[in-house]
Structure formats: C-alpha cells, structure tokens
Design a protein around this ligand. Structure first.
Ligand code: F6R
Length: 605
C-alpha cells in the first residue's frame, strides 16, 4: 500500500526520491507525488498512475531542484486516485508539505473543525487534515508542533514532513505504520520500507511508535513521545541491492519462485545444529500449551491451514486456523494455555496485528513467524522466528509462503520432540527430511521446466477448480489464490469430497480441474473424485508424486513432484502451482508483479 520516501543531502533530491518511489512500486499504488524544498518554497508535482509518468512530468526530477524532498505512492482509500488526492499535500500558507502512510480515523471531525476555522481543503483525503493542523499549531517550534498534531490524530500514520522555515531538513513521526531512517554519508533518508533504501545504505534506524525524527544531511536527531531526545542504535539490513532487483528474470515473481530452494535453506540451516532443531527465540514451556491458534491473512493464512495438519499429526495438540480479519471480531475463547502463531511476510498486515493484540490481551502467548526484521508484528510478539526469505517484491507471495511453511514444519518437529510425542529415531528421520527440502525444491523446479507448455492448455478459460483432500485441500486454497490474483481467472478451491454436494453442477465440457494428489493416505479417494469430474467433461491436470502410475490413466495432463513424506509434501507441491499461475497469467498478458487492485502490504483494515 502507500509508500513514503524522504531525502536530504547535498545533491538534487528529486531523482533520489523518484528512484526510491520506483523501489516501492511493488507495494501497490495508483498515484504518486513529490515535494521539493528549494529557496524557501515547496514545489509539488503529483500524477495519477505510474512513477514513469511522474518521471516524465518532472524530466526525471530535473524540473524540481532542491536538496531536501519527500515523495509518496498512494493506494487510494479516502477519495479516488486523482492528481488532487495524491500526496504530498500542502498547507494553505505554503509552509508545510506532508506525505502519509496509514489512515487518520478521526479525520472527518478534524476536517469539520478546521473548515470552521477557515482552512481550505483541496482533496478528499484523510491526510490533508495533518498539513492544516501543522499550520494551525506552528509557532516557530516544529518539534512542539508535530507533537501537538500527533496528539490530535487517531488511527495509524507514518508521516514525512517538509517545512519552509527549516531548509535542508526532513521530519518524520509514526504510529502503527512502519518508518525507517537510512543513514548515509553526508546524506540521510527515511522510507516506509528498506527496499527504498538498500540502494543507498544498509544502516538504518527503526523509528518506534510516538517517536519523532529531525533529519539533516549530517545529523539525525530522535525524540521520544515526551519530546526528550533519545539515542537510537543503528541496525544493519542484511539484504543487498541485488536481492531487491530482478537479476535477469522477466518478473520478480519468477525470480522469487526460483529463489525458494535458497530461501528455505536460509530458514532451515541455521536452526539445525548437531542433529537437533534449535529454536533459540522460542523460550516457552510447551507442556503448558493446551491448544494452538494460527492466525494470518491471505496466503499466510493458507500456509497456516497446511501447517495445521503437520503440527496436529506430530504433536497431537489441537490446532485451529482463523482468518485474522474474522478472529479480531469473534470474541475468541483464549487463555494463558493458548499459543497464538502469527504468520506474516510483511509483518505489517493491519488485520493480523489487530487479531494478535486481541489475543495477547486475552492471555495468549504469541509466536510470530515473520520475514521483515523489525516489523510491527515482530515487535509485538513474545517470540519471533524470522523466515529469512529476503525481500519479496512481487505482490503475489511465493517464497514468503514456502518459508512460512518451513518454519511451521520446524516448529512441529521441534515441539513433537520437546513433548515426547516422537521417538529419537523418528526425530532424526524428520530432521533429515527437513534438511533435504531445499534440494527437493530445486528438483521440483527442474522437473517442471516445461510447465509453460502445459499452461498453454489452461490459460484460455473463465474459470477453473482446484481440488484436494487434507493437506492437498490446504494447497488447493493457495493454488487457486495464486491463479486468481495474477491471472484474473476465477479459480475455486474445493475439498475434493465436497464437490458432489453442490459445486459439481459447475463442471461442464472442458472445465479445467487441477487435482492435487500428494497426500498418500487419501490419494485413492481423490482419484474417485477425478473420475466424477471427468465423466462430466472436465479437463484434469493432476499434481502428484512422480511415481504415481495410476494417474496416467485418469488425468489429461500431469505435473510431478518428487516423492516425499506427505506431512511435508505441500512445500514441494505448491511450486508447480505457482509456476502454472505465472505462465497462465503471462499468456493472458497480465501485469504479473503488480496485479490490479492489489497491494503488497495491506496496512488498512
Ligand atoms: C497473496 C498474498 C497475500 C498475503 C496477505 C498477508 O499472494 O501475498 O494474500 O499473503 O496479504 O500478507 P502478510 O504475509 O504480509 O501478512
């Protein structure tokens, strides 16, 4: 969703801001803008559409001289995506410009009181109240003024500010939306995520809720919510610029699919020591855990659905998986014996954060499985397991999902051993199987190098079905989501045994059905369901182990994965489904990395 960037240094700021905004494009946006402070005046350019249009309009920033600037990509919430609603917004007296990520929940109330006082609003946005409040409360002391304004705001915000009285400076403050300060040499930055910064620096400061920063080329001053100056230790980002670029692939999504063996290896290898699983950050007495609740949104939720089977099978603890957007309002029955596992790639998903806070309040211990270091979810959790997937730029998650599954598997085996539910031999075998996943993932990718050809038989359709049972059903959910979000083809996921209770009415001549058969215990059952849909005309693409001979008689097309323990096989099985969605979307000419209407990090409810 919205992204912000700020820069101050000795060179012209606009090209740097535009470059940073390009790096934030992946978050999803529909308009963009930039404000540059030059000779006591703030000049703003805003456009509807892509950063390329902003580049064109400003001649790659050359038309906007000045060494301090702020920029924004907007994903419309309050008001349509128009030039006027795009950020930055300027105060009526021209003294302030503001960019904002988040939502000001009490903006209507603030807007009406500001309008009564004579402030003129240009846009329909919630953000514009901030810039007028800055004008209203300013009496020459910007720090005091920002604190006063912050005290009036309800909701979430990361704010970047320019003030004509403060040449060469940019200002930032935040509440419940991420904001990171980048430390350069004779130049400094802020951004809503590190991908906008890694081009320039890997040294960063994470601003916490209520904190405020005054940033000039040679100095970064940070203050807590009482206004007292604080010293914040810098952190080092372990992502480099190559990780955030396409590296020769046509799309980030394809690159990230191909990166999965490496990403999963980074998640597993440091956690297996002397033939034992070591989860140093999980300092929890598991014998006190009576039930596990997994919560997340979208694909992360589906990773939880797949992980549930593995945890229950190995640990014999009941596991419930709930959508965060539902859990937060469901008055959940939770107490100190509940372990809440929160899954999130970005660590900033608003519904997941809210569900997590609700469950913590009711006594649950929280374990976060997160990719982005220092993200809100990581900070809120009692225990953190980072997925170490590296930056995920494509909107549709791939390596984010597989690394979440990896951590759930590691947790399941670790907990089963800890609780004495498996023998030492079983423990060793399971660890060996976990350690073999990166290689098997690579084999799966290699085995499916011809999937682009298979996709040619499946791209020209309005709708398709994904069916499976148990873990295969959990995979069907994620496979269908991948297909929908990047190819815009309606894809329905169904528990294979449920089809005959209604949905089979939708199967007709040529309807594509993707049947998942990597759960050995129930493969035969799903085969019967394949027969049912085939006899009604379906074209069946089966995803199965490479030694499944029977399926050749049933399916029209087959995608194989290496034979593997069914409790871990979803991690292999998802790869061909990702590739299928990718090639189907490509054949349909879709914007694969930036699908319409979607945002990477969903920071609104
Ligand atoms: C789908 C996708 C989304 C995310 C969901 C949660 O490909 O990426 O469904 O999985 O928005 O995001 P995180 O994991 O960042 O909390």
């Amino acid at each position: 969703m919205c992204g912000i960037v700020g820069f101050t240094g000795s060179e012209n700021a606009a090209p740097i801001i535009l470059g940073g905004l390009e790096k934030l494009e992946y978050r999803g946006y529909d308009s963009a803008g930039i404000a540059v402070l030059n000779e006591g005046k703030i000049n703003i350019t805003k456009v509807t559409g892509r950063i390329a249009v902003l580049n064109e309009k400003t001649e790659n920033g050359a038309l906007l001289p000045g060494t301090a600037a702020i920029g924004h990509t907007r994903w419309a919430t309050h008001g349509a995506p128009t030039d006027t609603n795009a950020h930055p917004h300027k105060s009526n007296n021209g003294k302030f410009a503001v960019v904002h990520n988040g939502i000001i929940e009490n903006y209507l109330e603030l807007k009406s009181s500001l309008t009564e006082k004579g402030y003129y609003f240009e846009s329909e946005t919630d953000t514009e109240v901030v810039v007028h409040l800055l004008e209203m409360y300013y009496n020459g002391d910007i720090k005091k003024c920002v604190r006063k304004v912050a005290s009036k705001l309800k909701g979430s915000y990361a704010l970047g500010i320019l003030c004509t009285d403060e040449p060469g400076k940019i200002f930032a403050t935040k509440l419940s939306s991420p904001l990171i300060i980048g430390i350069g040499a004779g130049e400094n930055y802020f951004a809503s995520d590190v991908t906008a910064l890694v081009n320039h620096t890997q040294n960063v400061i994470y601003l916490e809720d209520g904190e405020y920063a005054e940033i000039s080329p040679y100095e970064i001053k940070t203050f807590d919510c009482t206004g007292a100056e604080i010293k914040k230790a810098p952190s080092r980002i372990d992502w480099d610029i190559q990780a955030a670029e396409k590296g020769g692939y046509e799309h980030f999504m394809l690159k990230e699919i191909m990166e999965q063996p490496r990403a999963v290896k980074s998640a597993i290898t440091p956690r297996i020591k002397d033939e034992k699983i070591v989860l140093e950050d999980l300092n929890l007495d598991l014998s006190k855990v009576r039930n596990i609740l997994i919560t997340a949104c979208g694909s992360a939720y589906y990773a939880g659905c797949a992980g549930k089977y593995t945890i229950e099978k190995l640990c014999r603890i009941p596991v419930q998986v709930e959508l965060a957007s539902e859990l937060r309002y469901s008055d959940p029955i939770i107490d100190e014996s509940t372990l809440l596992i929160v899954l999130s790639q970005s660590g900033e998903t608003a519904d997941t954060i809210a569900a997590m806070k609700e469950c913590s309040k009711r006594g649950a211990k929280t374990l976060a499985i997160v990719n982005v270091v220092g993200s809100t979810i990581a900070k809120l959790a009692d225990f953190i397991l980072y997925t170490h997937a590296g930056p995920e730029i494509a909107v549709a998650t791939t390596k984010g999902y597989t690394t979440q599954l990896t951590l759930l598997y590691l947790f399941a085996v670790y907990a089963a051993n800890n609780l004495g539910k498996i023998t030492q031999d079983e423990y060793k075998n399971l660890i060996n199987e976990l350690a073999s996943i990166p290689k098997l993932l690579q084999n799966t990718i290699d085995m499916n190098s011809k999937i682009g050809n298979t996709a040619k038989r499946y791209f020209n359709t309005d709708s398709m079905f994904f069916i499976g049972r148990n873990t295969d059903y959990a995979l069907a959910l994620e496979g269908a989501l991948k297909m929908k979000e990047i190819s815009y083809i309606h894809a329905e996921s169904y528990a294979a045994g449920e089809l005959k209770h209604g949905t089979i009415a939708l199967i007709s001549e040529g309807t594509p059905v993707i049947a998942l058969l990597c759960n050995e215990d129930i493969t035969e059952k799903t085969m019967s369901n394949i027969l049912e849909v085939k006899s009604r005309g379906a074209r069946v693409l089966a995803v199965c182990f490479n030694d499944n001979k029977k399926i050749t008689m049933l399916a029209n097309d087959i995608i194989s994965v290496p034979r593997f323990n069914s409790i871990f096989s979803p991690i292999l099985e998802i790869v061909p489904l990702q590739l299928l969605a990718y090639y189907v979307a490509k054949l349909n000419g879709c914007d694969i990395d930036k699908p319409k209407n979607l945002a990477k990090s969903v920071t609104v409810e």
